[in-house]
Design a protein around this ligand. Structure first.
Ligand code: AMP
Ligand code: MG
Length: 328
């Protein structure tokens, strides 16, 4: 008995000696630079997080011949993993909620504009109409793990991939005993818990007109903070700018009067889908959707320079600029 007590005491002493320190990683994945900052006793958790990012980089990439999405797009009918079925199902629920402003069947339109290959091209209306035939989230048949697409329909998870990844990274860190971390996937941030000091994490919101500076900061705990903006990927031709967030109704870069939308939500995948959708919807429809729901807050930057926030983050938002507050 004495031996057991001694052994337990030694273990308790050893454990309490293991010090929590900061572990960081910079990773290039999903076409962007990602930074992880994790507070833990060793680097097991951050290594597991890095492996998960690399797995998802390949898994979500429709250009990767080994990925389920590539195979589904090529064969149009496939039994997919539970994970892929769940991602598609969550994407479809954002589509239904936003009346199709978010739509993963946008893939052929992205290809036509060259956003995927980076060989940009401004399509004619004829070219657009030909591919728009295949666009429409309601064309996706999801039955358990079986997915069927019409012949001219393909899917692209670019609008929710990083949000899903941040959810997974947060889960993996938590399951490795981490209670404080900040995950930044190319500007899409996921705060796990609070800072080691107990204070909320501060997340800067990029200025869409000068992305090396910010328009404000939001303080969060256990939240994803995800921004969609036309400034993040675009090309110019004949003096006109074409960006990568497409209005599925027209097949063209959305022109809703917004330069960026930041969504703050507990779920990264939800925040990511919604940020893309709200950008397409414009502030009036977005405000209506926010009033009807209760699972997100948002910051809108208009092309007239206005900043608007939803009232749920009023006490956690700071800015040197004027801003207005949407009320429920
Ligand atoms: P995000 O940066 O999250 O707003 O996602 C933009 C990416 O999502 C684009 O690069 C496309 O891959 C894809 N995308 C563009 N427009 C849409 C849309 N209306 N619905 C869903 N995905 C989209
Ligand atoms: Mg998105």
């Amino acid at each position: 008995m004495r031996k057991i007590i001694l052994c337990v005491l030694t273990c308790v002493l050893l454990c309490s000696c293991a010090k929590t320190t900061e572990h960081t990683r910079d990773i290039f994945a999903m076409d962007t630079v990602m930074n992880l900052k994790v507070y833990s006793t060793d680097d097991k958790a951050i290594k597991a997080a890095e492996e998960e990012i690399n797995r998802l980089d390949a898994f979500l990439d429709r250009g990767n011949e080994e990925s389920e999405i590539y195979k589904l797009n090529a064969e149009k009918s496939a039994a997919v993993s539970e994970e892929t079925a769940e991602i598609i199902s969550k994407a479809l629920s954002v589509s239904a909620l936003t009346e199709g402003a978010f739509d993963i069947t946008i893939a052929p339109v992205m290809d036509l504009w060259g956003f995927y290959s980076k060989e940009y091209h401004v399509p004619t209306d004829e070219e657009l109409n030909a591919v728009l035939d295949g666009v429409g989230y309601e064309k996706i048949q999801l039955d358990g793990n079986h997915v069927v697409l019409p012949e001219n329909t393909s899917i692209d998870l670019g609008g929710i991939g990083k949000g899903y990844t941040s959810d997974r990274v947060a889960e993996i860190l938590k399951s490795n005993g981490v209670s404080s971390a900040i995950i930044s996937l190319g500007g899409n941030v996921h705060a796990l818990g609070a800072k080691p000091s107990g204070e909320k994490w501060t997340v800067g919101i990029a200025d869409p007109e000068n992305s090396s500076s910010i328009i404000g900061k939001v303080k969060v705990r256990d939240r994803a903070v995800i921004t969609s903006g036309g400034y993040q990927r675009f090309f110019e031709q004949d003096g006109k700018t074409y960006h990568h967030i497409i209005d599925p109704a027209t097949g063209k870069s959305s022109e809703s009067g917004l330069l960026s939308v930041t969504v703050i939500s507990e779920s990264g995948i939800r925040a990511d889908g919604l940020s893309t959708a709200l950008f397409v919807m414009g502030i009036d429809r977005a405000a209506q959707l926010w009033r009807e729901g209760d699972d997100f807050e948002a910051v809108f930057v208009g092309d007239d320079g206005t900043i608007t926030i939803t009232d749920g983050i009023e006490n956690d938002f700071e800015s040197e600029h004027d801003y207005s507050v949407l009320e429920r």
